[in-house]
Ligand binder design. Structure first.
Ligand SMILES: CC(C)(COP(=O)(O)OP(=O)(O)OC[C@H]1O[C@@H](n2cnc3c(N)ncnc32)[C@H](O)[C@@H]1OP(=O)(O)O)[C@@H](O)C(=O)NCCC(=O)NCCS
Length: 179
């Protein structure tokens, strides 16, 4: 979608940060997440991504409609091995890896290539950082995201069952080789 502009979120622009937080809350309150995101919590989440940008290892992208509204968001950064991600790290193998963290398109703008454009910006960043693989995960119920991964050449490489607040859910991990 040529008229959509992808840019980095400017944290000094209060209105952009608020719009991004609202979009985050809206997108993750719906299918397949049905999470509860009061504006205050969404704002905290958006601000928490600032730390991921340290030393250029992460970026927060937004998509802007021609009227200036923020209608898409995406976060990406270098893979950070943790205890929890040990199995994922092992399966990713050697090399420098890039994690596709959150992505969301405003519900009124779905299927117009916004996630595709936001992912392209993250892949470009990953390439600049000399990463060999990019990866991300989603719920196994998230058909739109899985279809997007597959359309863009990602392959599933790991499954994980998690329990949050007593509710079990399954994650599917997808990756793509960059070089
Ligand atoms: C997943 C999500 C980001 C996709 O955003 P989008 O801007 O609509 O995606 P795009 O228009 O770039 O779609 C790219 C491709 O993904 C696939 N796709 C996207 N939505 C789809 C759907 N509802 N059903 C089937 N395939 C879909 C298609 O292959 C599509 O290409 P096509 O339209 O040419 O067929 C969006 O549905 C969303 O925000 N969901 C809620 C938040 C979320 O789940 N984020 C992911 C967290 S892991």
């Amino acid at each position: 979608m040529s008229e959509i502009k992808v840019e980095e979120l400017n944290y000094r622009k209060k209105q952009d940060v608020e719009e991004t937080a609202k979009l985050h809350g809206t997108a993750f309150s719906g299918y397949p997440w049905f999470e509860h995101w009061p504006l205050e919590e969404s704002l905290k989440e958006v601000h928490s991504w600032k730390a991921l940008k340290k030393n250029g290892r992460g970026k927060v992208f937004v998509a802007r409609a021609p009227d200036g509204r923020i209608i898409g968001l995406a976060v990406g950064h270098l893979h950070q091995p943790t205890k929890h991600s040990k199995e994922v790290s092992q399966k990713l193998g050697k090399g420098k890896h890039y994690y596709l963290r959150k992505i969301a398109t405003h519900p009124d703008f779905l299927r117009r290539g916004i996630a595709k454009a936001l992912t392209a910006a993250r892949l470009k960043h990953a390439q600049k950082l000399n990463c060999t693989k990019v990866y991300g995960w989603t719920s196994v119920d998230n058909t739109p995201k899985i279809e997007q991964f597959e359309k863009e050449g990602f392959r599933d490489f790991h499954r994980e069952v998690t329990k949050t607040g007593g509710v079990k859910s399954e994650r599917g991990y997808y990756n793509k080789r960059l070089k």
